[in-house]
Design a protein around this ligand. Sequence first.
Ligand SMILES: [Zn+2]
Length: 88
Amino acid sequence: MSTAATTDVRCPDCGTALTGEPTCTFCGPPVVGPTAARLWQVDQRLAFIVGERTLLAGAGALLVVLGATYEQRLRDMRRPRERYEGLE
Ligand SMILES: [Zn+2]
């Protein structure tokens, strides 16, 4: 069992929880300093964008379902009139 402290901050490369060491203890890249900080910021933005994309894709799928439902309801509304077509 490891006694090293971990944080909620994870290595931007492998996702291992960082322990406070200057490098990721699993895959090795530096995790302190300006480049690592910038990489962390970019990683956070990417996570946000991926989340937003997932949300929008879900909304798009919902719109497709709602659109199909709407089209079906329009067809259902037309059917009573269609029954009487040609009877005049
Ligand atoms: Zn790592």
